[in-house]
Ligand binder design. Sequence first.
Ligand SMILES: NC(=O)C1=CN([C@@H]2O[C@H](COP(=O)(O)OP(=O)(O)OC[C@H]3O[C@@H](n4cnc5c(N)ncnc54)[C@H](OP(=O)(O)O)[C@@H]3O)[C@@H](O)[C@H]2O)C=CC1
Ligand SMILES: O=C[C@H](O)[C@@H](O)[C@@H](O)[C@H](O)C(=O)O
Length: 309
Amino acid sequence: MANKTFKLNTGQDIPALGLGTWQSEPGKVREAVAHALKAGYKLIDCAYCYANEEEVGQGLAEAFAAGVRREDIFVVTKVWATYTTRVELGLQKSLEKLGLDYVDLFLVHWPLLMNPEGNDDRFPKLPNGERDIIHSHNHVDTWKQMEKLVGTGKTKAVGVSNYSKRYLEQLLPHATIVPAVNQIENHPALPQQEIVDLCKEKGIHIMAYSPLGSTGGPLFTAEPVVKIAEKHGVKPSAVLLSYHIPRGSTVLAKSVTPERINENLNLVDLDADDVKLLDDYSNKLTAEGKLQRFVYPPFGVDFGFPDKS
Ligand SMILES: NC(=O)C1=CN([C@@H]2O[C@H](COP(=O)(O)OP(=O)(O)OC[C@H]3O[C@@H](n4cnc5c(N)ncnc54)[C@H](OP(=O)(O)O)[C@@H]3O)[C@@H](O)[C@H]2O)C=CC1
Ligand SMILES: O=C[C@H](O)[C@@H](O)[C@@H](O)[C@H](O)C(=O)O
């Protein structure tokens, strides 16, 4: 699975599987990144907001020293919400921390602006404790800045993250460059099919985040996942990661545990019956209004996701 790729609208090949680094603790993430790359992972997903890019960079450097070549891996990072009026600065800061000259893909992490002059670099707050958000900011203006980065050589492609259908429909009429990627939460309990279908139609590749249900893997016990895992003699984690391959999406799995990093490389070919079982499960949750979204930060903004509007 490590070598399977999809094609982006830029012509680049993007690996089907990547290592996530959100909440990867200091003291562990360097080893996780180095271990993953040496084990055959080709994609590392980072973000300025994760506040661990310096250590991720140390892991990259360790892998390069062990013979992994920069041109053979795909590094993704994201502009954080306090930098969406200063995207080149945001990218530059990430590059310096990662110790890289360029990334392969740079994403708008969330479509909004938090106060760049607020009381914190990443999470500025108002006196009442709420996030300090500049509600007058138009996310399309961020995208116009992202488009300019492509000519700088600091990123090979630009894309978005956490864009609903509504937000994409606001963005696309103004886009000179169609986003290469939309990175969204995606798993059988949150298929977000309306976004996946629109992205497919527009040539935007989906990167699926929190495929295990995020911290602790709450989806491991979902009934169809257990059933399919037993049928193939694999762990539920393998079923949840494999779900994305027939969907044509890249999947990001976070782990700082070397054995899990290894086992997450071993995906399975789900057959038509497996896919139907998982789709039926998604449809049932949708019909019952029981979809599960595990990542919804307290921005207090309506991002246009039907399960949260
Ligand atoms: N654009 C965005 O806004 C977002 C992007 N992301 C990206 O997607 C990545 C993945 O999503 P994330 O939310 O981290 O969650 P995941 O769905 O990848 O789940 C991570 C959790 O599962 C555990 N785990 C991993 N593999 C196994 C395994 N084989 N067996 C048992 N447990 C396992 C990890 O534990 P341990 O590490 O202790 O081994 C951790 O607790 C992120 O790290 C980030 O890069 C995620 C959320 C939002
Ligand atoms: O990428 C992962 C998530 O989006 C994460 O960056 C946010 O949830 C952030 O911690 C926040 O609280 O806004």
